[in-house]
Design a protein around this ligand. Structure first.
Ligand code: CO
Length: 209
């Protein structure tokens, strides 16, 4: 079957299945959104956030890019973050990496891969900071997987260093930021780190408002 035709047919069946359970499903959904989570994840097709967390439309605001990066000069990411925190007031932000991430593998290699070189450059810095630990791990896959974890924790820190998050923490203790990693081999998520407004931060990163 035509690949796009398949999608449209599946969509029709899905919409119908929702209406069969609740006639008002889409009219209610169309009114507004009030998501509980902002998900910052990898663009990898094997890590679809709603599917692996069994969440419904309306529950999760989503931003995805290669290797789930939260970069201070990325206007796309910052706009999503500001909208989610300031306007949607999400109580939870999730940074989700996954083992065997191609973006992290690209960062740990010296192969030139085009624009990806620039995009994953920050991960090279994370590798450089933790070089002794990573080089002490046996097996390339294990090294990549440790860097995947360190990269998630780095992005959680990056989030806490934004004025958007710090302003929100000043007004309350939200959002709580969770660093998770997904295992492609088991389908399971694991928590690596969890921080909120009471977590420690080096003073150089703290803004005075
Ligand atoms: Co990935």
């Amino acid at each position: 079957m035509d690949q796009i035709r398949r999608l449209l047919l599946e969509n029709k069946a899905w919409a119908q299945s929702k209406v069969e359970v609740d006639q008002e499903y889409f009219t209610k959904m169309a009114k507004d959104q009030n998501p509980t989570y902002l998900w910052i994840g990898c663009a990898d097709s094997r890590v679809p956030p709603s599917e692996i967390t069994n969440t419904d439309p309306g529950e999760m605001f989503v931003h995805r890019n290669i290797a789930n990066l939260a970069i201070h000069t990325d206007m796309n990411f910052l706009t999503v973050l500001q909208y989610a925190v300031k306007h949607l007031k999400v109580p939870h932000i999730i940074v989700c990496g996954h083992y065997n991430c191609g973006g992290v593998r690209a960062a740990i290699s010296t192969k030139s891969l085009g624009l990806v070189n620039n995009w994953v450059r920050n991960i090279k810095d994370t590798y450089f900071t933790h070089k002794a630990e990573i080089n002490g791990i046996s097996g390339e896959m294990n090294q990549v997987n440790r860097l995947v974890e360190l990269n998630v924790m780095e992005q959680v820190k990056n989030l806490s260093h934004t004025s958007i998050i710090q302003k929100s923490w000043l007004n309350g203790n939200y959002p709580i930021i969770h660093g998770l990693v997904y295992d492609l081999n088991t389908g399971l998520l694991k928590t690596l780190v969890k921080i909120d407004g009471s977590s420690e931060m080096d003073p150089i990163y703290k803004y005075e408002f």
